[in-house]
Ligand binder design. Structure first.
Ligand SMILES: [Zn+2]
Length: 157
């Protein structure tokens, strides 16, 4: 993405409210070095600099790039939080079952008579989600599967 000249000027003008002016000659070089980015990242970088920059002089290209790096991370983090919020809205506060983390499945060790050794097996958890999965399976069991042992509910704490 390319930041347009007018977007760039808007950002620089914003910075200039708190620092010495950039000047037209330097502005050309700054635009050249910073234009290949997202406007929102540069805008956010200006906010970061306005909040944290301690000098009167105009920030260097390197200082702006550092701020853009932080801005980019901050924007990405905010987006990731939105996904988390959507999930929370959809599924409620965090996993309700600490045993299966709401997957409905837990892995148990079972002794296999045929092979004479223990092996891991996934069984339905005893929580409501595990029970729902188990009931769904019982409603329409696959003909190819051997009968599932009625022990899915046994794995209580
Ligand atoms: Zn569970």
């Amino acid at each position: 993405m390319i930041i347009t000249k007018s977007e760039f000027n808007k950002c620089m003008a914003r910075l200039e409210t708190a620092t010495e002016p950039l000047g037209d000659i330097k502005a050309e070089l700054y635009y050249e070095r910073l234009k290949e980015n997202d406007f929102n990242v540069l805008w956010k970088a200006c906010t970061i600099l306005l909040d944290n920059y301690k000098y009167k002089r105009f920030p260097s290209i390197g200082e702006i790039k550092d701020a853009m790096h932080d801005a980019d991370r901050s924007i990405k983090y905010a987006k990731a939080c939105e996904v988390g919020a959507l999930e929370k809205e959809h599924f409620g506060e965090g996993p309700r079952c600490s045993r299966c983390e709401d997957t409905g499945w837990v892995v148990v060790n079972e002794y296999d008579e045929f092979y004479k050794q223990e092996h891991e097996r996934a069984v339905n958890c005893s929580c409501p989600i595990g029970r729902a999965r188990y009931d769904a399976w019982r409603t329409n069991p696959s003909k190819d599967l051997p009968p599932m042992k009625d022990r899915a509910y046994e794995y209580e704490d």
